[in-house]
Ligand binder design. Structure first.
Ligand code: DAH
Length: 340
């Protein structure tokens, strides 16, 4: 008897229909007066007394299960919770897998890496948690330089000072300490500053740094390299201009602007009606910096540059708010689907 109960139970559990006629057949087969379950109750008389308790329980359970199944399907059919339809519609379009998208910062970083690799720059990386030497001192920052202030920089430890790197320039030092010239490298990475978060500023952002050290590297090489970059990144007609600037680790130093690629220089909200947008800092590596890394500054010269990836992405994609890069809102990210 127990075997029969198990067999019926399995059949009842598997039973499913959306069709009232089939449900009625189910009822007749198991639950009606002449059905299989009442027949088992009839046979119950013959079960030996010592098995009665267990078998009785199993039998009641079986009956309840059948009744519940019947009630459930009846309700589904009546309320239309399950569509009363017996055929599968093969003409319906399939559900496509939703493709993911590359993050806009990765798209721009990869593009930069590709542009510089075409002229022989190789990629290297350094740590995000840096010591004072690599982030400041070796880069010629004075002891009392404002960037060393707690208000500007996240300190992990004081004395000796360990910071979250404030720029990728620290990787220049690591490259020059580890490798001998010629060095022609770019360093993409994440940097951190103690900034109040707003639409224009964030405490995390990304930079790509470049470094070229060899015999006879000149400011003309710097200009030509960055001119090439601007053309590849923003289009053939892009003009560049260099403005004198100051960085502790380069001498002379400059900031580079490109002619606004949105209005072509006529003036628009992107370039704040000036016709130019600033995209990077650069300069000739200060001899002190070379010497700090054990490179003879009489023999070698070099240039360096650094730019923000967010800034370039904001310009290229006309993004209004830097926070969007870090919020992981799929409505934002989905707009980059298909860009590789
Ligand atoms: N490290 C600078 C910054 O974060 C950017 C920079 C300027 C990098 C001039 C350079 C450079 O390599 O030569 O603002």
């Amino acid at each position: 008897m127990q075997d029969l109960i198990n067999q019926y139970l399995a059949e009842i559990e598997l039973f499913f229909t959306q069709n009232a006629e089939e449900l009625e057949q189910f009822r007749i087969k198991f639950l009606s007066k002449k059905g299989l379950i009442p027949a088992l109750f009839e046979d119950f008389k013959n079960v030996p007394p010592e098995q009665r308790r267990a078998v009785g329980q199993a039998l009641n359970d079986l009956k309840n299960k059948a009744q519940e199944k019947f009630n459930l399907i009846k309700e589904q059919i009546e309320t239309g919770a399950v569509e009363v339809k017996s055929d599968i519609d093969l003409s319906l379009p399939v559900d496509f897998l939703q493709p993911g998208s590359r993050h806009p910062l990765s798209i721009i970083r990869n593009e930069m890496v590709q542009i510089f690799s075409r002229i022989g720059f190789v990629v290297a990386e350094g740590p995000e948690i840096e010591d004072d030497w690599h982030n400041f001192t070796a880069l010629n920052f004075q002891q009392d330089h404002p960037a060393r202030d707690m208000q500007d920089t996240f300190f992990i430890e004081k004395n000796p000072d360990i910071v979250l790197r404030t720029h990728t320039s620290s990787v220049q030092i690591r490259a020059m300490e580890l490798r001998k010239p010629p060095i022609r490298e770019i360093f993409p990475g994440r940097v951190f500053r103690n900034e109040a978060i707003s639409a224009r500023a964030h405490c995390i952002f990304h930079q790509v740094e470049g470094l070229y050290i060899d015999h006879d590297v000149s400011f003309a090489d710097l200009k030509q390299t960055l001119y090439y970059f601007a053309h590849e990144m923003f289009g053939e007609g892009t003009r560049v201009r260099f403005r004198p600037s100051y960085f502790p680790f380069t001498e002379p130093s400059a900031e580079m602007d490109i002619s606004c690629f949105v209005c072509g220089g006529k003036g628009c909200p992107i370039c704040k009606y000036s016709g130019w947008v600033e995209i990077l800092g650069c300069g000739m590596v200060d001899p002190n910096v070379l010497e700090n890394c054990g490179i003879n500054s009489e023999e070698y010269t070099g240039f360096a540059f650094g730019m923000g990836i967010e800034r370039i992405a904001i310009l290229k994609y006309k993004i209004q708010d830097i926070r969007l890069f870090f919020e992981n809102d799929v409505r934002f990210l989905k707009q980059f689907t298909g860009v590789v």
